[in-house]
Design a binder for this molecule. Structure first.
Ligand SMILES: [Zn+2]
Length: 133
């Protein structure tokens, strides 16, 4: 029996495929995206520095949050959200505050089989180049 606590309240920021971005040819040079620093615990806005190669279209920064195991204990319930401005989020400049307001608009609740989650989390946790900060 899998240990539910192992799969709760985990929040990671990493690259994942996004169907909507792939269809729109995102990410593009100059687009803004959002990350969350696992060490700083702060949101950070970045700009795509150059057009990525075509084969990387649709591979975008995401927030992934684990909510716990599903009822049959064989998959992890996750929230995933693409962090490209104009796709899963809208960044709107707030003149008064002098910073961007972050609007999450495309939050997907889904499940990942435990081995897939473990692979995703392990790669993130051990910093093999998939992490964003
Ligand atoms: Zn997207």
């Amino acid at each position: 029996m899998a240990n539910n606590d192992k799969y709760k309240e985990i929040f990671i920021s990493r690259l994942m495929p996004c169907k909507e971005c792939q269809e729109k040819g995102y990410p593009k040079k100059g687009q803004l995206f959002l990350t969350y620093g696992s060490k700083t615990h702060k949101y950070k806005i970045h700009k795509i520095p150059s057009d990525p190669p075509a084969k990387k279209a649709g591979i975008t920064p995401h927030f992934v949050q684990a909510l716990g195991l599903n009822k049959t204990d064989d998959a992890v319930v996750i929230i995933r959200n693409c962090c490209i401005d104009g796709c899963g989020i809208n960044l709107i400049w707030n003149e008064k505050q002098g910073m961007y307001d972050i609007h999450f608009k495309n939050v997907n609740v889904t499940v990942l089989p435990i081995p897939e989650w473990d692979a995703l989390f392990f790669r993130w946790h051990n910093g093999t180049g998939f992490e964003l900060d």
